[in-house]
Design a protein around this ligand. Structure first.
Ligand SMILES: CC(C)(COP(=O)(O)OP(=O)(O)OC[C@H]1O[C@@H](n2cnc3c(N)ncnc32)[C@H](O)[C@@H]1OP(=O)(O)O)[C@@H](O)C(=O)NCCC(=O)NCCSC(=O)C[C@H](O)C(=O)O
Ligand SMILES: [Mg+2]
Length: 294
């Protein structure tokens, strides 16, 4: 099994906000996304780029996964953002508004030309109607190692803007798009993070949406405020009960009398070997979370 990197919580912060950049060093998010795109006003783009790249290069973020969200390559800032991000060598560069797999091929080509560090991966935002219609093709870019595609991030605010769908509790309109993108990511073996929850003073609504997202199969949620981190870390981690059940399943299939069986009865439930595979992943994720330094 490939090692699991927990991505329960990925906190956006405006690259122009020095206080937030500093504070992120103390927060329990699995990842931080230094935003140069929509959270930064046009007049502050250059300053934000310099601040973010200096912060990433200086480090001090411990085990947190560091991601720089650049402006799209067809904007006035995109190319300079990409070059500066490559020089800063974050864990990943997040490309916004990806609507075709060709965009990812083009980014991959530039990364090679710019001599990007091997460790720097690419994350892609699915947040346009076209991206939903082409989700499988976009995720399939992960099969081409040159694209470095490692994770998809849903941009539900932009999706709501472009489709005019409303972001209501339960997300009835958004769910088919979320699950289409999720199937695309899974089909091509990459992680996928849910979009943000805008209700800063609605912890219950946030928790409910995290649960919906986890139950739908997402690896984690993108966040906009430190107050959202603990809930996301809790919801997207296997619970104690899930870990105990997973151990029981793995141990049951290790019993000699079950060696030749594809399905067994366990505590009143039918359990197949595919459940043992799922249980091993649950245990690996729990171990990866437990092994994280604070
Ligand atoms: C929404 C905010 C502007 C609110 O900020 P503020 O009023 O400062 O909040 P607080 O006073 O409650 O802050 C308390 C302390 O926490 C720090 N803080 C706040 N937010 C962050 C953060 N995101 N990262 C790090 N630290 C943060 C404050 O500095 C305070 O610290 P202290 O001084 O020690 O008390 C703000 O939360 C914010 O800017 N959030 C992120 C907005 C953002 O990045 N948006 C872009 C991504 S969302 C998106 O577009 C996704 C996608 O593309 C889509 O289309 O859906
Ligand atoms: Mg967006």
């Amino acid at each position: 099994m490939t090692p699991i990197r927990p991505r329960r919580s990925a906190l956006y912060m405006p690259g122009s906000n020095l206080r937030a950049l500093e504070k992120a060093k103390t927060l329990a998010a699995d990842g931080v996304i230094f935003d140069l795109e929509d959270a930064v006003a046009p007049d502050l783009k250059t300053q934000a780029r310099e601040q973010v790249c200096a912060a990433v290069q200086a480090g001090g973020y411990g085990r947190r996964e560091l991601v720089i969200r650049i402006n799209a390559l067809d904007t006035p800032w995109g190319e300079a953002d990409l070059a500066a991000a490559v020089a800063a060598a974050p864990d990943a560069i997040l490309v916004p508004k990806v609507s075709t797999a060709e965009t990812l091929a083009a980014v991959g080509l530039r990364l090679r030309k710019l001599g990007a560090a091997e460790r720097t991966r690419v994350w892609a935002m699915i947040e346009t109607p076209l991206a939903i219609l082409r989700a499988e093709s976009i995720a399939s870019a992960a099969r081409d190692v040159d694209t470095r595609l490692d994770c998809i991030v849903m941009g539900t605010n932009d999706l709501a803007k472009d489709t005019r769908a409303r972001l209501l509790p339960g997300r009835a309109a958004m769910l088919p798009w979320l699950m289409t993108a999720l199937a695309a990511a899974r089909a091509h073996g990459i992680d996928i993070l849910d979009g943000v929850y805008n209700g800063l003073s609605d912890p219950e609504g946030f928790r409910t949406e995290c649960e919906q997202s986890r139950d739908g199969g997402f690896d984690g949620k993108t966040l906009i405020h430190p107050d959202q981190i603990a809930t996301a870390n809790d919801i997207f981690a296997p619970s104690r009960d899930e870990v105990e059940t997973a151990k029981t399943i793995v141990e049951a299939f290790d019993e000699p009398e079950n060696a030749g069986k594809g399905a067994i009865s366990l505590n009143g439930r039918m359990v197949e070997r595919l459940h043992a595979e799922m249980a091993k992943r649950t245990l690996a994720l729990a171990d990866a979370i437990a092994a994280r330094p604070v």
